[in-house]
Write a protein that binds this ligand. Structure first.
Ligand code: ADP
Ligand code: MG
Length: 240
């Protein structure tokens, strides 16, 4: 762990050895418009520790996806800081940031985003390809993850041969492949029926707890939100 942090943290990266977990401090996000800027996040602050699981709920357009994308470094804050295990990703070089994102953060979106031409096992291994080459240990881990999501007998099946819930389970295995410190999910059950959504939610919360990842899930589903020990409400760019 220490060596990874060191590798990712040159003098400029704001390494603070005392900071653990995820710390969000006064994050704002504005989009420029021809008139006044559109303010989407208005000073969001919170901190989470390894193993914490939180659901973010709130009306459409309140800034939930924007917040999640900033936590995952897919978008940048206008002001404020994000720190994961002592590292501020927005102070890293482009190359270091790419490494940070691929090794420390896992994503599950509403759409599974599996590659249609790759089978389930290969889709899980994609996460590793982003960080280098794939070896036998990686293949074994991907197979083990497919087993954990209940799809060990479907490893050679293409996404088109899987149900919606099964595809989302492959996406969860892929998100966990690199043992991320932070697992981010945006409406992960949005395309699933209630029963399948419940099974996927159960799997997500269970595997995140097992891996001690911080799990942040944006959802409209009261059923999914209920599975989380903690909830944050978001209204008009502010946490409630
Ligand atoms: P939610 O996920 O809660 O539905 P979003 O975070 O997707 O909300 O969006 C919040 C607001 O930010 C919306 O008004 C949306 O139109 C706006 N927004 C999101 N992305 C952009 C962008 N790239 N440019 C301009 N406005 C955006
Ligand atoms: Mg959204």
């Amino acid at each position: 762990m220490e060596s990874l942090i060191t590798a990712l943290s040159p003098q400029s990266s704001g390494l603070s050895p005392t900071a653990a977990g995820l710390v969000i401090d006064n994050v704002t996000k504005e989009y420029p418009t021809p008139a006044e800027p559109l303010v989407v996040l208005r000073g969001v602050s919170f901190s989470l520790s390894p193993g914490d699981r939180v659901a973010v709920v709130g009306p459409s357009g309140s800034g939930k996806s924007t917040l999640l994308n900033i936590l995952g470094t897919l978008d940048t804050p206008t002001a404020g800081t994000v720190t994961l295990a002592g590292v501020d990703p927005f102070r890293l070089s482009a190359k270091e940031l790419a490494k940070f994102r691929s090794t420390r953060v896992g994503f599950v979106f509403q759409d599974h985003h599996l590659l249609p031409q790759c089978n389930a096992l290969e889709n899980v291994l994609i996460a590793r390809l982003a960080t280098g080459s794939v070896n036998k240990t990686d293949t074994d881990r991907a197979a083990e993850l497919l087993k954990q999501v209940g799809l060990d007998d479907r490893a050679t099946h293409l996404p088109a041969e899987l149900s919606g819930g099964e595809r989302q389970r492959v996406a969860i295995a892929r998100a966990l492949m690199n043992s991320p410190q932070l697992l981010l999910c945006d409406e992960p059950t949005g395309n699933l029926d209630t029963k399948t959504g419940q099974a996927v939610g159960d799997l997500l919360t269970r595997l995140a707890a097992q891996s001690r990842a911080i799990l942040v899930t944006v959802t409209h589903s009261p059923t999914l939100a209920e599975m989380f020990p903690n909830k944050m409400g978001m209204v008009d760019g502010k946490l409630t």
